[in-house]
Design a protein around this ligand. Structure first.
Ligand SMILES: Nc1nc2c(ncn2[C@@H]2O[C@H](COP(=O)(O)OP(=O)(O)OP(=O)(O)O)[C@@H](O)[C@H]2O)c(=O)[nH]1
Length: 227
């Protein structure tokens, strides 16, 4: 596992020859910090302002993992039911990994996790798809939140997911990186067992045309890491 790549013509050239895409969806209640986590991973910054996600925000980052270039596509989904209804099918198509997020200061975001896990199951995502459970806003954790954190750990264990206690806002960038890099690595290894070669860009699992209309260009303008 290595560093992420800077945007450069040489890396983009190589990417065109040999690239794998890893689509990771980030789901959970409204306001738990999905946008902030994905933004932090892609830019290294905590956004100064966010608005409720409508439908989907799309961000991506190029990683080099064990000598292979991986295009990590993060699908930051809407937490509010009214903003996600029409998009749910898009979220789950060709997913390689899933991140469930709850907010350490918001017990109901934890109580709702079984609903999110169930939604995944209904879209035929089995337990073999690498998944992580993230307890976010660790910078706001206090004595009273320790029970929720332990419950989170336990739930992750029951569902055989990795557990992370993170803050999109805190100093430790590594914590946030770990979530996505580890999932991308697991997904790569899993797929490597099935297909032991690079997937050409033109036939990769998630093509840009699959990103819902209206999301591609404006999101890239705002968020993309290497365009
Ligand atoms: N203190 C603290 N605040 C955070 C953290 N992550 C997010 N927030 C704040 O929580 C609020 C909601 O964050 P978002 O990232 O927009 O939440 P979301 O899950 O994407 O929400 P929806 O798009 O509505 O589903 C914002 O005011 C963020 O500044 C964190 O790690 N620590």
């Amino acid at each position: 596992m290595d560093s992420s790549l800077e945007s450069s013509s040489s890396s983009q050239g190589h990417l065109a020859r040999c690239s794998r895409t890893c689509k990771i969806i980030v789901i959970g209640d409204a306001g738990v910090g999905k946008t902030c986590l994905t933004h932090r991973f892609c830019t290294g910054q905590f956004p100064s302002r966010t608005e409720a996600t409508i439908g989907l925000d799309f961000r991506e980052k190029l990683l080099e993992i064990e000598g292979d270039q991986i295009r990590v596509q993060l699908w930051d989904t809407a937490g509010q039911e009214r903003f996600r209804k029409s998009m749910v099918q898009h979220y789950y198509r060709n997913v390689h990994a899933v991140v469930f997020v709850f907010d350490v200061t918001n017990p109901s975001s934890f109580c709702n996790l079984p609903l999110w896990i169930d939604e995944c199951r209904q879209h035929t995502l089995g337990q073999d798809v690498p998944r992580a459970l993230v307890c976010n806003k660790a910078d706001l954790a206090s004595g009273t939140t320790s029970v929720l954190i332990e419950q989170g750990r336990h739930l992750a264990e029951v569902h055989r997911m990795s557990f992370y206690l993170t803050s999109a806002k805190g100093d430790q960038m590594d914590q946030v990186d770990n979530i996505f890099v580890t999932l991308a690595q697991k997904s790569k290894n899993q797929r490597g067992q099935r297909v032991n070669e690079c997937v050409p860009l033109s036939s990769r699992a998630v093509t840009e045309s699959e990103i819902p209309a209206g999301k591609k260009t404006d999101v890239r303008k705002k968020w993309s890491c290497f365009y």
